[in-house]
Design a protein around this ligand. Structure first.
Ligand SMILES: Nc1nc2c(c(=O)[nH]1)N[C@H]1C(S)=C(S)[C@@H](COP(=O)(O)O)O[C@H]1N2
Ligand SMILES: [Mo]
Length: 421
């Protein structure tokens, strides 16, 4: 049993005792009003049951989409180079330094030259006391589909920043990973210092992450240690992390900004298709499944709209706000979470999970995904465009009319469906 599990157990025991005393039942029950009640599942159409059975909530490590710059990108380095590059646990080190181009005051820098850099043992020592686990989705600002849905474990970044004893003139920090010792290959991100020290209620700390889905972080995923910023697009989640600079610079100096990206955008809410039929028969039901990203504005609904190709699209309504959207079903929390976890069981205990009931405290969970499904039946043969969108937790259709893909792609997806006689 590791530290997180021990604490979870303690908390569970205490809470159980408390509720036993009160004689309360049904602790932490989640609202299922919008969801399929479990007992109704037997009435779900077999076609839909089959389509849904193929969905896995957590993404297996090997199924993540990988983006990594460098020549070669660190995960493509020959294995014999990993040790020398600090890309294995035994040789990994993290520096926390004052930015030499600013007047930041840092009393105890963690520095390689002074032999004070944080190493793996140091990180594991911090983990014993401070480790956290949470689920969060990684999505590229420019990606049409999430890179992956992970259960991440790590030490809050603030614990390591405090070790360096910053005292004044620190307004931001920036950080980067291994980059073949070539400044031109550096992929750097930055954060305001306030976000590092505090988390809004219900949000998670930014972590120095060393585990995905309860396994050590592989080099493909940015191991041994990467940053995970749970409420931002993945460009903030720098992989192969080796250096953090504390700075008095008040401006973002992210590499990604130089490539025309908005680097401070929170994750947007949007819907995507997973399975749609290319051809269906008129009047016969066909299953559709998809995934929705639950961004900063939350999610209340996923909707779809089937539009005959020969009918013209509404004028002056590029986001189809007046179309006849229909509600799809959001799937409830899974019994088996996937991601290669043995028997699909979550380890104790991700921050979004109630330690007593083992169920999510809320559903869907912000900054994660939720699967959705529906059965469509079409009367009239022909060619159709099938689209999906979301309604966020504020009741706003997403995407709302704003043409800013560089703040995060949340375009309305469209696929074709042919309906045959
Ligand atoms: N060191 C480093 N970290 C990086 C990048 C990179 O090129 N180098 N790309 C970033 C971007 S833009 C994205 S979208 C994510 C992708 O994370 P993944 O490969 O684990 O899916 O990594 C981020 N971290
Ligand atoms: Mo990205």
């Amino acid at each position: 049993m590791d530290q997180i599990e021990r604490e979870a157990k303690q908390h569970t025991d205490l809470t159980r005792r408390y509720f036993l005393k009160l004689g309360a039942a049904g602790v932490g029950a989640i609202s299922t009003s919008r969801l399929w009640a479990r007992e109704k599942e037997s009435q779900v159409h077999p076609l839909l049951t089959e389509a849904i059975s193929k969905l896995e909530y957590l993404t297996r490590e090997e199924n993540f989409t990988t983006y990594g710059r460098g020549d070669p990108p660190p995960h493509k380095l020959p294995v014999e180079k990993h040790r020398e590059a600090g890309l294995v646990r035994e040789t990994w080190q993290l520096e926390v330094l004052p930015d030499p181009d600013s007047n930041a005051k840092v009393e105890k820098p963690l520095s390689k030259t002074e032999g004070t850099a944080l190493n793996w043992d140091g990180l594991m020592k911090l983990a014993e006391k401070h480790a956290v686990r949470f689920m969060s989705v990684t999505t590229c600002t420019n990606g049409r589909f999430p890179c992956g849905m992970g259960l991440w474990e790590g030490v809050p970044l603030r614990e390591v920043v405090w070790l360096a004893r910053p005292t004044s003139n620190v307004r931001r920090l920036f950080y980067y990973g291994y980059h073949n010792d070539d400044p031109k290959q550096r992929f750097q991100s930055s954060l305001p210092i306030g976000r590092v020290f505090e988390d809004p209620p219900g949000e998670h700390p930014i972590i120095l992450c060393y585990k995905l889905n309860n396994q050590w972080l592989t080099i493909d995923r940015g191991g041994p240690v990467r940053m995970i910023v749970p409420d931002a697009y993945a460009n903030k989640s720098v992989k192969w992390l080796q250096c953090i600079m504390l700075t008095n610079d008040y401006q973002a100096n992210d590499t990604y900004a130089l490539w025309n990206n908005d680097t401070v955008s929170h994750i947007k809410t949007c819907a995507r298709f997973i399975h749609t039929p290319k051809k269906i028969k008129a009047r016969e039901p066909a299953p559709i499944t998809g995934v929705a990203q639950v961004g900063m504005s939350g999610l209340s609904k996923v909707q779809y709209w089937l539009h005959p190709k020969e009918e013209s699209l509404p004028k002056d309504d590029p986001y189809f706000t007046k179309a006849e959207w229909k509600d799809a079903d959001l799937l409830p929390p899974p019994d088996k979470w996937g991601g290669g976890l043995p028997d699909g069981k979550l380890p104790a205990v991700p921050r979004q999970i109630d330690a007593v009931t083992g169920k999510p405290k809320q559903w869907p969970i912000r900054n994660t995904i939720v699967h959705w499904a529906t059965l469509i039946t079409v009367e009239r043969p022909g060619r159709y465009d099938l689209r999906c969108r979301t309604i966020d937790a504020n009741g706003a259709a997403q995407p709302m009319p704003r043409p800013f893909p560089k703040s995060g792609n949340n375009k309305i997806q469209s696929v074709q469906v042919v309906v045959e006689k």
